[in-house]
Design a protein around this ligand. Sequence first.
Ligand code: SAM
Length: 224
Amino acid sequence: MKNVDAISYVTLNGKAHIATMNLLKGITLYGEKLISRNGSEYRTWDPFRSKLAAAYINGLEFDFFNVKNILYLGASTGTTVSHLSDIIGYSGKVFAVESSTRVARELISNVSSKRTNVIPIIEDARKPRSYFSIYNKMDLVYCDIAQPDQTTIAIDNCKIYLKEGKPMLLVIKTRSIDVTMSPKNVISQEIKKLECHSFDIKQKIDLAPFDKDHAMIKAIFCPR
Ligand code: SAM
């Protein structure tokens, strides 16, 4: 194990795995392994199941130290949401937006009913004003919704909910945007959209080999 932070590397059968300190001791979500170290329990974090884990392994520099509230767009069944819940602990909240009632059912029964720092919001992220119940501005907007207009959706949500000077992490699934254009050009096109809306691009991370033709963009919201 490298350190005792909420995100760490643990060794299992001689192999290093990225992991998060489990907020719910003894409870797993998707078949991840539990490893005890110095009184803490870690859950292995599968980079093939979570693009945030893939981004970390591929060099994402992100410090959750000052992150309390997170707006998460495209929560699905809550795999990555559960690891963010581990990372921020009970002093913060993950507001998890998911439009599909089918997957949201699993998000609620397996994640938010057990993790009190996860608030499910069953709404369309294209209508950010529909979840105005979020009481404070966010320290981070995370967007992974795999839609052709995903960048615009992320920008619209940041304009309403993200604090100035705070980061957004945007997953770009290039094939959801344009299958005819090269992935590299799609990513450049989406980055230009962000720059036109006052985002300062800090990192662009290719998520291969975990997710082909995907990138994660880390950008800071600096409205003029
Ligand atoms: N982020 C998830 C994870 O790492 O565990 C995986 C997300 S999956 C790639 C994309 C999710 O976005 C799907 O569950 C889909 O239903 C949801 N989604 C798509 N369009 C949406 C929208 N307009 N508003 C909210 N959620 C949406």
